[in-house]
Write a new protein. Structure first.
Ligand code: HEC
Ligand code: HEC
Ligand code: HEC
Ligand code: HEC
Ligand code: HEC
Length: 215
């Protein structure tokens, strides 16, 4: 009897098996990528090259965020301080400690310390620190109680729905610009009223159209 299918057809089931296996591998990789800490999510806390503690320097010494993150109110990106900023104190304080050694080496060689970035937005999303800090959104609202973090970890999801939640109702979150870097800020009772008035007076209108945040 004539063959209806050419012999080659026998490899079809094999091919489709491979294809479906390939499919699940891709699915697994996809899930792994999205849910792995590499992709950055709440709790992401990479190990840093120097044991710098925000809990100590901010929580105990009382340094203001802007002592180091000097760009937050003027630029899109917030800067990580140069080694010189650390040397303002550590050229004297604990200068012989092993923990300070990488700072002194960096200062001597002029090569910056390779801090590992904790927060990442995908390239297709647009974000500016300055616009937020100048319109009453505190560091704490987005980064949590940094003054209690021995090592910085991501406090909020930074997901689109999270951005939009505030963009639709900014009056729930704003604080006076003078309180931007305050940690543990508590809103007064009438804050919604105060914020609604501010939003009106200053024309604060966070965008919800796609093109505001996407290129
Ligand atoms: C004495 C300097 C200094 C001060 C003061 C300081 N920081 Fe930092 N900050 C750093 C350094 C250094 C890093 C990079 C290493 C790390 O992540 O811990 C950093 C990292 C961060 C990061 C993580 C950035 C990333 O990689 O995504 C955030 C968020 C942050 N700081 C917020 C704050 C806030 C909020 C305050 C004030 C409450 C503050 N910092 C005060 C030096 C400082
Ligand atoms: C305003 C002064 C000041 C600045 C600026 C400062 N530090 Fe410190 N730092 C201190 C003091 C004070 C201590 C605690 C010293 C002690 O325990 O006696 C300390 C402790 C440390 C320690 C622990 C040292 C040890 O042996 O236990 C590290 C690491 C450190 N700082 C890193 C940094 C880094 C990195 C920067 C810059 C991003 C920085 N510091 C900026 C004052 C400062
Ligand atoms: C509206 C939310 C929001 C506020 C308010 C905010 N940040 Fe951020 N921050 C972010 C996001 C989102 C990123 C990641 C940006 C990226 O990957 O492009 C980030 C990143 C950073 C970084 C890493 C460098 C960078 O720009 O990517 C530092 C340092 C930082 N923030 C410090 C601060 C400090 C200090 C304040 C307060 C003065 C502050 N942030 C206020 C959301 C915020
Ligand atoms: C807690 C409140 C809050 C959160 C969270 C927040 N925003 Fe905003 N956003 C604002 C406010 C307030 C403004 C200022 C609106 C104005 O000036 O009219 C703003 C403005 C903006 C603008 C407009 C910038 C411009 O040039 O006009 C962009 C883009 C933006 N936000 C992106 C984001 C993204 C992306 C996220 C999430 C990663 C985010 N925002 C999270 C409150 C917030
Ligand atoms: C306030 C800023 C903002 C606005 C407005 C906004 N997006 Fe996004 N969008 C983001 C951010 C931030 C991310 C990245 C989220 C992440 O990393 O998880 C994102 C991610 C996405 C993604 C990737 C999938 C996902 O959900 O993570 C798509 C698709 C998307 N946005 C489409 C849109 C469309 C369509 C609109 C208009 C209806 C829109 N966005 C409006 C901030 C915004």
């Amino acid at each position: 009897m004539a063959q209806i299918f050419p012999r080659k057809a026998n490899i079809l089931p094999t091919l489709s098996l491979i294809a479906s296996l390939g499919g699940s591998i891709i699915a697994v990789l996809f899930i792994w990528y999205y849910f792995s800490p590499e992709y950055t999510d709440v709790g992401y806390m990479p190990e840093q090259p120097v044991e710098y503690s925000h809990r100590f320097h901010v929580g105990e010494l009382g340094l203001d965020c802007q002592y180091c993150h000097t760009n937050v109110t003027v630029a899109a990106h917030s800067n990580i301080p140069a080694t010189q900023t650390c040397m303002n104190c550590h050229s004297q304080i604990k200068r012989d400690s092993d923990k300070i050694l990488p700072i002194r080496e960096s200062f001597a060689s002029g090569e910056s310390i390779e801090w590992i970035k904790v927060h990442h937005l995908p390239d297709y999303a647009r974000f500016s620190h300055a616009i937020h800090t100048n319109n009453g959104v505190g560091c704490e609202t987005c980064h949590g109680r940094v003054d209690q973090m021995e090592v910085v970890s991501q406090a909020e999801p930074l997901a689109m729905s999270w951005c939009l939640q505030c963009h639709r109702q900014p009056e729930q979150y704003l604080r006076p610009n003078s309180e931007i870097t305050t940690m543990g800020y508590s809103q007064p009772e009438n804050f919604i009223e105060r914020n609604l008035q501010r939003v009106l007076e200053e024309g604060i209108k966070p965008p919800t159209i796609c093109s505001a945040c996407h290129y």
